[in-house]
Ligand binder design. Structure first.
Ligand code: ACM
Length: 263
């Protein structure tokens, strides 16, 4: 199975430009599963709830989800893409999954970061694993990585590969993800963005790029540069993630002792 990410610099508020850029970039790409960054069509740094509301869309009827459905059909691929979701007056920082047969589902970000708390509701979907024709796909969004419970929960739910749309600004995630993959024996695809947004006088956010694909043995299968656009794919064998046995005596999940854990 071929998995990949597209790291680029979304332009704030220019949905059609960003959707067109993704469509063009992926037109020739041969892969089974593509991961796009968090909020890839709208940009990240909202300055008011009204602005966030204006750029958010219902799922799955909204134009961004429908564009992903079309792209999935045309390219015969599964796509996980971050977007701003509107549900009545409530907004969520969400990610949709689409496949060759259409819309599959949505995940709403559990752990909001920084000023996201001003515009978005904390996600209420809970972590979700989607059993697809290409594998068992779990989703988390950006800052969710900080909480080991996110990937452990997805692993306990049966995820083989974790798709991780991101807009990372802190530097630690690229070093942490190989360990997150190792401690759960799963693949992970972090699709981050590049560029900066300076939408208020006193605050610029610079995104760190460094999107990557990590394997159940903790290896880094691919890593993008910090500030260059990159469409990278690798071959993965999901059977590696299905095997949680470390040796004849140890099993990663069966050896857990939850009665001694505080969580
Ligand atoms: C983040 O959660 N966008 C850092």
């Amino acid at each position: 199975m071929k998995v990949g990410f597209y790291q680029f610099n979304p332009l704030f508020g220019r949905k059609h430009v960003n959707l067109e850029k993704v469509t063009e970039a992926t037109r020739e790409a041969q892969m089974d599963l593509l991961v796009l960054p968090e909020l890839f069509a709208t940009g990240y740094q909202f300055t008011s709830k009204a602005e966030a509301l204006n750029l958010s869309e219902p799922v799955p009827e909204g134009e961004t989800t429908q564009a992903m459905v079309r792209l999935s059909r045309e390219q015969n691929i599964h796509i996980v893409a971050g977007l701003a979701e509107q549900d009545g007056e409530r907004l969520y920082n969400s990610a949709v999954i689409t496949g060759p047969n259409g819309f599959i589902g949505v995940y709403r970000k559990t752990h909001l970061f920084f000023e996201e708390k001003l515009w978005f509701e904390p996600g209420d979907s809970g972590f979700r694993v989607f059993d697809t024709s290409v594998g068992r796909i779990g989703i988390m969004i950006c800052f969710d990585w900080v909480f080991p419970e996110s990937m452990r929960t997805l692993t306990l739910m049966g995820a083989e590969i974790i798709c991780h749309p991101a807009n990372l600004v802190l530097p630690w995630c690229p070093s942490a993800m190989p360990i997150r993959s190792l401690e759960n024996r799963v693949f992970a695809v972090t699709a981050n963005r590049i560029g900066s947004e300076c939408r208020t006088a006193d605050q610029c956010l610079t995104f760190i790029g460094t999107s990557q694909i990590t394997a159940p043995d903790g290896s880094i299968l691919a890593r993008a540069p910090e500030q260059e656009e990159a469409l990278i794919t690798v071959d993965v064998d999901l059977a590696m993630a299905a095997n949680k046995r470390l040796n004849p005596y140890n099993h990663l999940l069966e050896d857990r002792r939850p009665e001694f854990y505080k969580c």
